[in-house]
Design a protein around this ligand. Sequence first.
Ligand code: ADP
Ligand code: MG
Length: 663
Amino acid sequence: RAGAETRPFQAEVSRMMDIIIHSLYSNKDIFLRELISNAADALDKIRFLSLTDKKQLGEGEDAKLEIRLSIDKDKKMISLRDRGVGMTKEELVNNLGTIAKSGTSAFLEQMQKGGDLNLIGQFGVGFYSVYLVADYVEVVTKHNDDKQYVWESKADGSFAVSEDTQGERLGRGTQINIYLKESAQEYLQEDKLRDLVQRYSEFINFPILMLTTRTEEKEVPIEEEEKQAEEAAKPDDEKEEGKKAEEAKEGETVEVEDEEDEEEKKPKTKKVTETITEWKALNDNQALWLRPPGNVSDEEYSKFYKALSKSEWDTPLAHSHFKAEGDVEFKAVLFVPGYAPPDLYDNYYAKKPSMKLYVRRVFISDSFEELLPKWLSFLVGLVDSDTMPLNVSREMLQLHEGLKVIRKKLVRKAIDMIKKLADGSAKAAEELEAAQKEAGEEEAATKKDEEKGEADKAQEEEKAKQKKELEDKAGQFKKFWGSFGKSVKMGLIEDPGNRRRLLQLLRFHSSKSADKLTSLSEYVGRMKEGQKHIYYLVGTSREEVEKSPFVESLVEKGYEVLYMTDPLDEYVMQNVHEYEDREFANVSKEDLKLAEDKGSKKREKALKEEFKPLAKWWKEALGAGAVESVKVSRRLSATPCVVVASKYGWSATMERIARTQTL
Ligand code: ADP
Ligand code: MG
């Protein structure tokens, strides 16, 4: 283009584009999802701006918040048009090329490790996926505050930006013209695009329309002269053929009806095949969260989750869809992801929740820190409030009292959802155990394989299926705990108001749990008669705590000890002192008291007296300040001596953590 300014891409962007354009990645389809999601973002932005400044929205076509898709087979091009916020020249230059987004290098790194290109949207560089299918792209854009500009690039290291004086006047918004590679011509097919939109962009809350062409047969009256001419032509078949072609104007073909009885059926009408082009909606953009929960299937939730989280392969572990009524009314959908993102606990305090906030269906923000506490930032979901004000700035909204109410309710609902997941898993585990027992008994009683009929086999298959389902369900909470257990612990530390509820979610290995994890309520259920405390020991590994001399005498006496091997456990235990009126007792602390039989008190006293000189000598031998005291104790059985922390001092693990921590 004449007068265009050519600029180099920022180096990392250029490298990334190079990888994309030469990629043999088979799932090229994702480009459309990325471009549609950008269009929807741009529409969200203009709708949000127009809340406080009505004229931003414009009138007529500009006010139609839509996304339109069209195909130009001659030019081997598809176009995606939105009436979103558009980009000023400066934004165009910065967003699409000169400034590398923070995710660029992370994305490059992932790609070098053989990562999945499908995740490109999560790195904030989704636009460039268009080069999976295109070798040349134009972005024509018009922002309210600027003129119409066009950006173009062949992904050859540079792009050009110029004022668009020639092209069709766009009004506000952006149009992306995608010139398809030879290898991507399949995207010129309407069916292909319709299929993609339905698959990937089902939950876009704006109408997505496609310019479709179809042919329609129509009966049209034959004009009088035409009829006569037809009459004349009738005996001659060939003539008729010729006339057909003649009559067929552009996009029309004419068929003359077959006549069996020439005398009686003189045609008064003829059939014309017309080519009709029209905009057709590809999505029904009814928001899922507005539907009654009972009307949404698990599969729909799962798909919705994938759309929200931009991760195609992950299935949520649990969801909660509810409506809150009262002074602050809102609808919400919450999901527990199937997996934790690898960086979940990096920069914990800087993390923003992955919750979208809508007010009366208008998207407001996806980074409202006020919506959820940090410890729940792993949740994915959205909130749509009916009672929050719409016509205020984001800053004002952030201060709105209603947010506190929403947050409180969301936290409760999230805990309920996780509790339900835990209970579901526990129940499934029980059923599984019962079924296994039953199966064992049955096996002993049943006939041999040869004697089994078809019906027996079908029944067996059904049983195997049920078993598999139960196993999955039973394993779900374990999976949750593995991915997000740390979050629950952070909740225990940071959210005193919900401590009681969160304690029910805690899980540990213990001296009695074998390979399973135990809950505190299970522990309490197994407590010895007269046992007052919940015993635990903190250490760096299960092996270490299991072999610890602190544990040995307790275990010998039949007490259960919880093994806390996560560095966070120590912090948790500084904040949590009891569970259902039973105090926790660290078995490595000096004041550990066990329920004792008589007689032993006396013996202990005598022994203490006897070993006084040794204790004195020992303390002196270790040197000043090395230990607080040396004492005779009854907590060990086989091990002769042990170093313990004083009741009010830090435990050994805590000291280790404190030495290495930069928290
Ligand atoms: P992300 O959408 O995660 O920000 P992308 O690479 O998809 O990353 O898009 C880069 C940026 O380009 C967007 O943040 C936005 O500012 C701008 N952009 C892309 N497409 C459009 C569009 N259709 N309308 C307005 N701005 C757009
Ligand atoms: Mg994007």
